[in-house]
Design a protein around this ligand. Structure first.
Ligand SMILES: O=C(O)C1=C[C@@H](OP(=O)(O)O)[C@@H](O)[C@H](O)C1
Ligand SMILES: C=C(OP(=O)(O)O)C(=O)O
Length: 454
């Protein structure tokens, strides 16, 4: 995708807070899947609450380029006129997945068995991310996908008439790989069974069922096994996308570390495979409660209230890592403001996201004067909180930070600025629009002293 601004910077002055009642944009994982599944379903699917961010729009554009009529988005409403499982047309150009790993990896699985020639490309960040994790198991199913040197994008999918089902144990806890294989499994002969070593987000499983496709789950000694049979059909449905807990997380941490803060974030998806950030913040002592817990369209949602909190450093339980995988950049900011040391291990996957989130966050925190030691699979952070100090006391210097093209790094240091003694300058913030359009305006609205410059 082309970006409207090539180099956005944020200047955040100290002394802000976070207060108010608001909703953050729609869940990115669910928005990608709603387009993909709606496109290959029979009939018309209506989506509300869709994330109008660049990542989900890349997915939408890709299906339009394969001949799927899609209306919208208009205020989060999208109407997809499904073409059925075999109705996609070969695109005349490479499909541009932009910054979105989810788009590229899930599309690889969904397209592998369609007898179409398709090339998937991405931006500079995505072009550095590993793809063997999907191309190897898809190859075992009979797919023919070429990568560039070192297993990186572009992916060239060659037409093959059919795939074979596969029994596969994921070498890492990855919902993207799991989903790619289940989607390929819809087009494979027989059964495809994916075993996950630890629970990962289960939006694919839930949404396949919402589209009337049977998904069987059972526990085994190796972990949960998820199976689909090839050859079935998806039937159009309605999808109400909840607000993205990964976006809400920035304001959860902002409210926890800022003085006199209180936020109520409405209609947030609290699928248990996504709530690691809530558990971790509560273990750190955050004043965080769930209100109005309800179920919307097969996904649990709640309003999340967070107030200024005395946070304490913890050793993060490893089983929570995949359940909070995208929230670690901002959780590191919480740790920097806590009393005592926080230790994260078992999170090597953070090194292969939009940036190396361990190195980039450690470098940024050190620039603020925080002791942050990157580990091969995590980080040790010595928090600057002091007992008996009021919440929100400024603890470190502001600094100039480069977000390295990573939306979550840019937003995390915006939150960190709440407890800085001097201004924070953050460069390379344009990718915030991939997951959180309107972030800067919302930050200003809640009381963060943020100015945007191009
Ligand atoms: O399936 C998904 O929608 C996602 C899975 C996760 O990636 P991995 O599968 O690489 O862990 C997560 O980091 C990403 O933001 C979205
Ligand atoms: C890792 C992320 O997304 P993706 O893998 O889709 O680029 C993210 O949004 O933090």
């Amino acid at each position: 995708m082309s970006h409207s601004h090539d180099n956005l910077s944020y200047l955040v002055q100290p002394g802000g807070t976070a207060t108010g009642t608001f909703r953050v944009p729609g869940d990115k994982s669910i928005s990608h899947r709603a387009i993909m599944f709606g496109a290959i379903a029979e009939g018309t699917t209506e989506v509300t609450g869709f994330l109008e961010g660049e990542d989900a729009l890349s997915t939408m554009q890709a299906f339009r380029a394969m001949g799927v009529p899609i209306e919208g988005p208009t205020q989060g409403r999208v109407v997809i006129h499904g073409v059925g499982k075999h109705g996609l047309q070969a695109p005349t150009q490479p499909l541009d997945c932009g910054n979105a790993g989810t788009a590229m990896r899930l599309l690889a699985g969904l397209l592998a068995g369609q007898n179409l020639a398709v090339t998937l490309i991405g931006d500079a960040s995505l072009s550095k991310r590993p793809m063997r994790r999907v191309t190897v198991p898809l190859g075992l199913m009979g797919a023919q996908i070429d990568t560039a040197e070192g297993d990186r994008p572009p992916l060239q999918i060659r037409p093959v008439p059919t795939l074979k089902g596969l029994h596969y144990t994921l070498p890492m806890a990855s919902a993207q790989v799991k989903s790619a294989l289940l989607l390929a499994g819809l087009y494979a002969e027989g059964e495809t069974v994916v075993t996950e070593p630890a629970p990962t987000r289960d939006h694919t499983e839930r949404m396949l069922r919402a589209f009337g496709y049977a998904v069987v789950e059972q526990q085994s000694a190796q972990g949960k096994q998820i199976s689909v049979q090839g050859g079935g059909q998806l039937k159009a449905t309605q999808i109400d996308v909840p607000a993205d807990i990964s976006s809400a997380a920035f304001f959860m941490v902002a409210a926890a570390i800022a003085p006199n803060a209180s936020v109520l974030i409405q209609h947030v998806g609290i699928n248990p495979t996504r709530t690691g950030v809530i558990d971790i913040l509560q273990l750190m002592g955050a004043d965080l409660t769930l209100e109005n817990v309800r179920e919307v369209g097969g996904e649990p949602v709640a309003d999340i209230r967070v107030r200024s909190s005395v946070l304490r450093g913890i050793t993060i339980p490893e089983h929570l890592v995949p359940l909070a995988i995208d929230e670690f950049p901002v959780l590191f900011v919480a740790a920097a403001n806590a009393i005592g040391t926080t230790l994260l291990t078992g999170a090597a996957e953070l090194r292969v996201k939009e940036s190396d989130r361990i190195q980039v966050m450690a470098d940024g925190l050190r620039a603020l004067g925080v002791e942050a030691e990157p580990l091969p699979d995590g980080m040790r952070i010595v928090g600057l909180g002091q007992p008996n100090q009021p919440v929100g006391t400024a603890k470190y210097q502001g600094a100039t930070i480069h977000a390295q093209g990573d939306h979550r790094i840019a937003m995390s240091f915006t939150v960190a600025a709440l407890c800085a003694k001097t201004a924070m300058q953050i460069h390379d913030c344009q990718h915030v629009a991939t997951s959180f359009p309107g972030f800067a305006q919302l930050a200003q609205q809640v009381g963060i002293h943020l100015q945007v410059s191009a």
